[in-house]
Write a protein of this length. Structure first.
Ligand code: BGC
Length: 913
């Protein structure tokens, strides 16, 4: 008992998550998974066993009864993604859970505070109670129809849930108020395959007596549906209410009578913007007792269902994340005002205006300005990116659009009554509300700005899917970009749920017979099917979800689909084993490296053969599949893929490797980087190949990249992994064209699609100024300068490798990552006499800390940890708490440590005085 009490003081439950969310509504998997984080100041603390209780009521849970599930005491360190294995769950039910753990000494904690999860619909049939509804034809193609339904509650409601989906976008309103804070909801999917619905707790919106529900619909991505020509927006809803007298009510779309009307939104389109005529507002339309004008309102009709299965939207909804104030306002022409937000971001603006009725304020969004200071929208292609607000003319009017978003830094305001000030136009940052998990800062301001640009670029491209750009008429989930982008994204954001959802989007593009997937998911508008083999993100993303979050389920769920895609590519090879097709390859290299004349809508590399990239990435895919098969315990299939990989490696070396010159294919940077990164280069040739590679980068290109979207990542990674981190660092800090630093010097606040600074001319067709495929260097900051690397052998950060590279001219790095286990921090600082490394390791995690002792005499190095000498004369001498052992490995000293905060001081020249 005494001991147990002591343990409580040292260990507190920080976060109990179910399917990665805190107390989620809308679980629709029969076996949701549980994770917990614990904070403790204790060093070397970990879990020896756990016990989970799940109960139907809070009372049962409080008396330690797991009437739904009692896992019993389960030995082991697993503390993330533990699947529920109790009694079958019921739909629309809340369950309570808690957990206790046994620590490294075998002492039990007390139970955590209770958490809960609530199911939505566990079967498709439950949706049959309602139908999709849409406006009747008499409404003459409304842009954003509004629907209304009134109902009476005889008693006070004590529990109410709304389940709703509206295509393309919906806004749900009850008694005059918007429900929840989702915007641009639901997330985009191929609606013929799956449709996401949201769950809201609407108890507090309802009242005893008369109530009214309103729904507004926008076009969203539904307008670009591949199966229907200009489909009308539609929605489906079920609202379950329990009254205080126990009576239950259910209001649905379809069964109940709904009326619909044209609203004030005259036009809305994801790409083009929104036009809103406030004179057409119908005040009170979503309130009880509203008197409808029968000449305007019509009964809604049943719509053709979109066709897909209904899936609960568990991923973080798109929300307004924050406001940004303009940093500058100019007036390049009379009556025209240009607001500069100082940052390229995605979202819209909130307009505050007062003026005569009918005044039309036009807002044009852009990433660029012309010389004369007006906005340059050329790179948006056909996207009009223009919002229009027409004033009702009564007092102060506040407007923000509902069913569009833009990627922009500047907004040009025309027709504003008077002279606008900073308060009149406020930027609203809008994206999937995923958590920022990474932080990186160092003593080099160029690197800091590159990281900041990369962060914003990724942030601006998270809208229910990972888009390629947020501004032009595209915004698609390109799989080729994601092959290189995913790792950097995972170092910056928690993408467990967003990527899990996007994996379904990819699966939905897969041909069930051939196994081919498409270049973009959801598949529409651009991209082809079968996808370019550079779409290896289909395998890499689930693998990274496994590595970063310990998510094994994603591997199980997609294993067959991944096998089919690899089988498809296997069939596409010629007799030499080479994958014989490529569309994009190492896409969008610096202009001199691109196929002449391909600078407009195409940007194929002239120096790196597409089939080489296709074949290498196919090889990468097989390696990943072999690893996945291993995790899933499919030994035979693992062997099969290892054999295939070996054959592929031989083919690549036979066809593309010149033994004389030690060159791969054309000897471009990407041609060296891929075989080195993938371990294709025969051991005996490695040194020569590396020499050529480094010569290409250092001598020939004077420490510049000559790569497209694929090569830029692998050049940096291959150099680093081959012992040339200094060359990678030179590329990262380069400031002349082409480089990331060049973008910074030109004033970029996000990463461009092209290495050139393009503002007009033929290249403008493909010159997004916010393109995450070129923001991949961010991963390198975290894993190389910060040195935080997940250990694949213990996925979900059971073990982390801390291995910072310390460049000569960098004084400090401060880097951290919030992981599924807690915050990992790796910071270092150089002073003339020492290197100080600060490391934070969360509970239940072990770390291998690599202290670089590069070219120093290991014998002379002394390491202190919190004032106690732990390394001296080439040996680990310490007995510091939390440190298990230390030994020299090559030119590093490797310390194995457990949870806790550590400060290591390294004295290169021997003991300090
Ligand atoms: C996209 C790129 C993508 C490319 C492939 C472009 O339009 O923006 O991100 O890699 O197409 O063709």
């Amino acid at each position: 008992m005494g001991k147990n009490l002591k343990l409580q003081c040292f260990l507190s439950f920080e976060q109990l998550l179910c399917e990665y969310r805190l107390n989620p509504l809308g679980i629709d998997t029969p076996c949701p998974r549980f994770s917990w984080k614990i904070s403790t100041p204790r060093r070397g603390s970990y879990q020896k066993a756990y016990q989970i209780l799940v109960a139907r009521t809070l009372e049962a849970l409080q008396s330690d009864t797991g009437d739904m599930w009692d896992s019993g005491k389960v030995e082991g360190r697993a503390s993330t993604n533990i699947p529920y294995a109790g009694e079958p769950l019921q739909s629309r039910t809340r369950y309570y859970w808690k957990v206790r753990v046994w620590n490294e000494e075998g002492l039990p904690s007390s139970y955590s505070a209770p958490a809960w999860f609530e199911t939505a619909f566990l079967t498709q049939e439950e949706w049959e109670k309602s139908v999709w509804i849409t406006p009747p034809v008499v409404l003459e193609r409304p842009s954003a129809p509004m629907f209304r339904k009134e109902f009476f509650l005889e008693k006070k409601p004590i529990r109410a849930r709304a389940y709703i989906s509206g295509l393309g976008y919906y806004e749900l309103r009850i008694n005059g108020e918007k429900v929840g804070d989702h915007v641009l909801d639901p997330a985009w999917t191929d609606y013929t395959k799956r449709v996401l619905y949201a769950t809201y707790d609407v108890t507090s919106y309802l009242r005893e007596g008369l109530n009214a529900i309103g729904v507004i619909l926008g076009n969203g991505w539904f307008a670009y549906s591949q199966t229907m020509m200009h489909p009308l927006p539609q929605f489906i809803l079920q609202l379950y209410i329990t009254l205080e007298n126990g009576v239950k009510k259910c209001i649905t779309s379809g069964r109940d009578f709904w009326v619909t009307v044209n609203g004030p939104i005259l036009e809305n389109s994801v790409y083009n913007g929104e036009t809103y005529d406030a004179r057409l507002e119908k005040p009170g339309w979503d309130m009880p007792g509203y008197r409808m004008d029968p000449s305007e309102w019509f009964p809604s009709i049943i719509a053709e269902p979109p066709g897909g299965i209904m899936v609960s939207q568990i991923l973080e909804p798109i929300k307004v994340i924050k406001d940004i104030e303009p940093v500058n306002i100019t007036s390049p022409k009379p009556g025209i005002y240009v607001f500069d937000f100082g940052q390229n971001f995605s979202g819209w603006v909130r307009l505050t205006v007062r003026g005569p009725r009918g005044t039309k304020v036009t807002m044009r969004f852009a990433e660029l300005l012309y010389e004369d200071g007006t906005v340059n929208q050329e790179n948006l292609r056909t996207a009009k990116a223009t919002d229009v607000y027409i004033l009702r003319g009564e007092g102060v009017e506040i407007y923000e659009p509902r069913f569009t978003y833009h990627g922009f830094r500047y907004v040009q305001v025309e027709g504003f009554p008077g002279k606008p000030t900073h308060e009149n136009v406020i930027g609203r940052v809008v994206r999937s509300s995923v958590e920022q998990v990474g932080n990186f800062r160092c003593s080099n301001e160029i690197l800091n700005k590159i990281q900041q640009n990369a962060f914003w670029t990724e942030a601006n491209n998270l809208h229910g899917i990972p888009t390629d750009c947020p501004q032009r008429d595209e915004r698609l989930g390109w799989l080729n970009d994601m092959t290189v982008r995913a790792e950097a994204a995972l170092y910056n954001f928690n993408l467990a749920l967003l990527y899990t959802k996007w994996m379904d989007d990819i699966k939905d593009t897969q041909d069930p017979i051939t196994g081919a997937i498409a270049d973009t998911a959801p598949f529409r508008r651009y991209g082809r099917k079968p996808a370019d083999p550079v779409a290896m993100s289909y395998l890499l993303v689930p693998w990274l979800l496994y590595v970063f979050y310990g998510d094994r389920r994603i591997l199980e769920k997609h294993y067959e689909g991944l096998r089919q895609w690899i089988a498809y590519l296997e069939k596409s090879r010629d007799e030499n084993g080479i994958v014989q097709y490529s569309y994009y390859g190492d896409w969008a290299p610096p202009l001199p490296e691109a196929v002449p004349g391909s600078i407009g809508a195409s940007a194929v590399s002239a120096t790196t053969p597409g089939t080489f990239v296709s074949t290498c990435l196919f090889y990468y895919g097989i390696l990943l599949l072999a690893k996945i098969a291993k995790v899933l315990g499919k030994k035979e299939e693992e062997d099969e893929y290892i054999t295939l990989a070996t054959r592929m490696k031989e083919s690549i070396n036979r066809i593309f490797f010149d033994r004389e010159t030690k060159k791969y294919a054309t000897g471009s940077q990407t041609c060296y980087a891929l075989p080195l990164f993938l371990g294709i280069v025969p051991e005996r040739d490695r040194e020569d190949v590396l020499k050529n590679f480094v010569e290409e980068v250092v001598e020939k290109r004077k420490r510049h990249l000559a790569t497209g979207n694929i090569g830029s990542k692998y050049v940096v990674d291959a150099l680093t992994e081959s012992g040339f981190a200094d060359v990678a660092y030179a590329l990262a800090t380069q400031t002349t064209y082409p480089s990331w630093g060049y973008m910074v010097v030109q004033g970029a606040t996000t990463t461009w699609e092209r290495w050139e600074y393009v503002t007009s001319g033929p290249q403008i067709q493909m010159a997004s100024h916010c393109h995450p495929m070129n923001a991949t260097i961010s991963a390198w900051f975290f894993k190389t300068l910060g040195g935080i690397i997940p250990d694949e052998k213990e996925p979900g950060f059971g073990c982390v490798i801390i291995k910072p590279y310390i460049p000569e001219d960098l004084d400090f790095v401060d880097c951290s990552l919030k992981t599924v286990k807690g915050l990992i921090r790796s910071s270092w600082r150089k002073t003339p006499d020492r290197l100080t490394v600060n490391v934070t390791i969360p509970w239940n995690v072990t770390a291998q800390v690599h202290i670089p002792a590069d070219q120093r005499n290991l014998q002379a190095v002394t390491i202190k940890e919190s004032d106690c000498i732990i390394w001296k004369k080439g040996h680990y001498v310490g007995n510091a708490s939390g440190i298990r052992r230390g030994n020299a490995q090559g030119s590093s000293i490797v310390l194995e440590i457990g949870s806790g905060d550590y400060q290591f001081e390294i004295f290169w020249g021997g003991e300090d005085q």
